[in-house]
Design a protein around this ligand. Structure first.
Ligand SMILES: Cc1cc2nc3c(=O)[nH]c(=O)nc-3n(C[C@H](O)[C@H](O)[C@H](O)COP(=O)(O)OP(=O)(O)OC[C@H]3O[C@@H](n4cnc5c(N)ncnc54)[C@H](O)[C@@H]3O)c2cc1C
Length: 489
């Protein structure tokens, strides 16, 4: 695309100021710099010419028409820390910071959904529901409170209700979207009625905007599923080996005992949650060093205490038959050395803002190889990641989740690094790329929120006709290729 400079740039600035108001357009290097990074990752920074903050769908519509006419890249953005770097502006243009559009427009208690604007964050949503609709709750991530709900849901993120409901994308009932050519479309039941209760029974056009990482349009509103806020208990499941833990989780997934979430971390990740800093004392291969290496969190909902008691009993039976133990928070803490309990974090207080993961080595850097995969491949995935990380002298922090009633899983390995140390940065990057390459030898692995290089690997052996169809659809929706260029196929 043509570079924005000189008179042309001034002309565009004036038009942008007319659309969103002069206070909400900036090309100050001090401001635009903040939008060039996915600041925790090892991805290269990008560059944008303008940052704008629109206040309405109409403003986004006018902005898109301008960008399409002038063939200027447009990058939708809420907090830019999706960890795949998919909001890094790769080819200049306009970053559209959506955070002024942060209203929760409606909560329908009868059908249990909310209609939210594009810039609503987890903090906004959780706070609003707790205050105004305490009987309902949303599926919430463990990402920082200031990150966006819609970006997570449309990029197949996952939440603390992933076991009952699947990925964030499964929580979407309908969308309002501004297309790159400026038209506004509504998809889902809101296309035909004022209700946003679901996507049935219409052609499911929501898929045109889910899993595309902001390359097909700007979502301005979403109808999202809410759930009854029933009493919930959290149990920690501990086993000696990772494999034992995974096998127990497979059994639990089939027990139908009111589980709403099941996730797990390895020893190294658990230590970072506890505020323990990376040091020579932490083993590169915890199991080999004789440490328990599986810490599961199981969240169970029940209507009455008696029902909970029965569910607890069933859980304890399955876990003990598999050779594990069920612990409460204090018991779990006692398994860790005294010095590892610095900040008293436990897995029992979701959502936790996992900043400790990044401070693990006092360097603030972290990036993960996050994948959807079959339960058959989870243990192998961990072992591969562990052995590659070990080669680079890195500690593999493993995290996983059982999704959608146990039909598929998430496996994710995080590698920390010191952002101030170019050598460590480079080592982490190489290590991540090698883990990504090696875990792909497993037949079921597909990366989500993938940076460009990993996205290309996703499609290396894909069905060619499906790939062509994706390209045709993209061309149809975005004929001038203005949407988030560099992050598509
Ligand atoms: C410590 C930490 C923990 C995390 N834990 C989780 C977790 O548990 N689960 C999880 O799913 N994620 C997690 N994340 C990732 C991420 O922060 C969340 O998914 C978050 O909600 C995404 O928000 P964001 O504002 O950073 O998205 P952004 O980076 O701003 O956007 C993500 C993508 O969506 C596009 N986009 C944004 N808004 C729109 C729009 N309106 N229309 C079209 N495209 C759009 C962007 O261009 C980009 O490609 C975590 C991140 C961190 C740093």
């Amino acid at each position: 695309m043509q570079k924005l400079e000189g008179e042309r740039k001034e002309k565009i600035r004036k038009e942008l100021e007319k659309i969103v108001g002069p206070d909400f357009v900036s090309d100050d290097p001090e401001i635009t710099y903040l939008y060039h990074w996915d600041f925790v990752t090892a991805e290269e920074p990008g560059h944008c010419d303008f940052v704008v903050m629109p206040g309405s769908t109409e403003e986004i519509q006018a902005l898109m028409k301008l960008a399409n006419r002038e063939k200027i890249p447009v990058v939708p953005w809420v907090s830019g820390i999706n960890i795949g770097g998919t909001a890094i502006p790769k080819e200049g243009g306009i970053v559209v910071d959506l955070r002024r559009m942060n209203r929760i427009l409606e909560v329908n208690e009868d059908d249990m959904y909310a209609i939210i604007e594009a810039g609503v964050t987890w903090g906004d949503l959780k706070g609003y529901l707790e205050k105004h609709h305490p009987n309902l709750r949303a599926g919430i991530t463990w990402s920082p409170a200031g990150t966006g709900v819609i970006p997570c849901y449309i990029c197949y993120g996952f939440t603390d209700l992933g076991f009952i409901a699947g990925t964030g994308a499964d929580f979407i009932n309908g969308l309002e979207v501004v297309l790159p050519t400026g038209e506004v479309v509504r998809v889902g039941s809101c296309m035909c009625t004022n209700y946003w209760y679901g996507r049935a029974p219409l052609p499911d056009l929501a898929g045109l905007f889910i899993g595309w990482d902001g390359t097909t349009g700007i979502v301005t509103k979403a109808g999202i599923k809410l759930w009854p806020n029933l009493p919930t208990e959290y149990f920690i499941v501990m086993t000696n080996t990772f494999e034992q833990g995974v096998n127990i989780f497979k059994k639990l997934a089939r027990a139908r005992i009111g589980i709403v979430d099941m996730c797990f971390v390895n020893y190294t990740w658990m230590m970072s949650l506890l505020g323990y800093h990376e040091s020579e004392e932490l083993p590169l291969d915890p199991e080999e060093a004789g440490y328990q290496d599986f810490y599961g969190l199981v969240a169970i909902m029940a209507y009455t205490e008696k029902e909970m008691e029965a569910k607890r009993e069933a859980l304890e039976k399955i876990v003990s038959e598999g050779g594990g133990i069920v612990a409460d928070a204090n018991m779990a803490l006692n398994f860790f050395p005294e010095e590892a309990r610095i900040q008293g974090y436990t897995l029992m207080n979701p959502p936790i803002h996992f900043y400790n993961c990044w401070n693990f080595s006092y360097g603030g850097g972290g990036e993960w190889i996050g994948s959807y995969l079959s339960s058959r491949d989870v243990v192998k995935y961990y072992k591969i990641a562990l052995s590659v990380a070990k080669k680079y002298g890195k500690r593999a922090q493993m995290y996983g989740r059982v999704m959608g009633g146990g039909h598929y899983w998430i496996g994710r390995v995080n590698i920390n690094f010191n952002k101030d140390d170019p050598e460590d940065f480079e080592r982490a990057r190489k290590c991540l790329m090698e883990i990504d390459e090696k875990v792909r030898e497993l037949p079921s692995v597909i990366r989500y929120k993938a940076p460009k290089w990993a996205k290309e690997r996703n499609f290396r052996e894909a069905d060619q006709n499906a790939l062509e169809l994706i390209k045709k659809i993209k061309k149809l929706l975005d004929p001038n290729g203005i949407m988030n260029p560099g992050h598509g196929l």
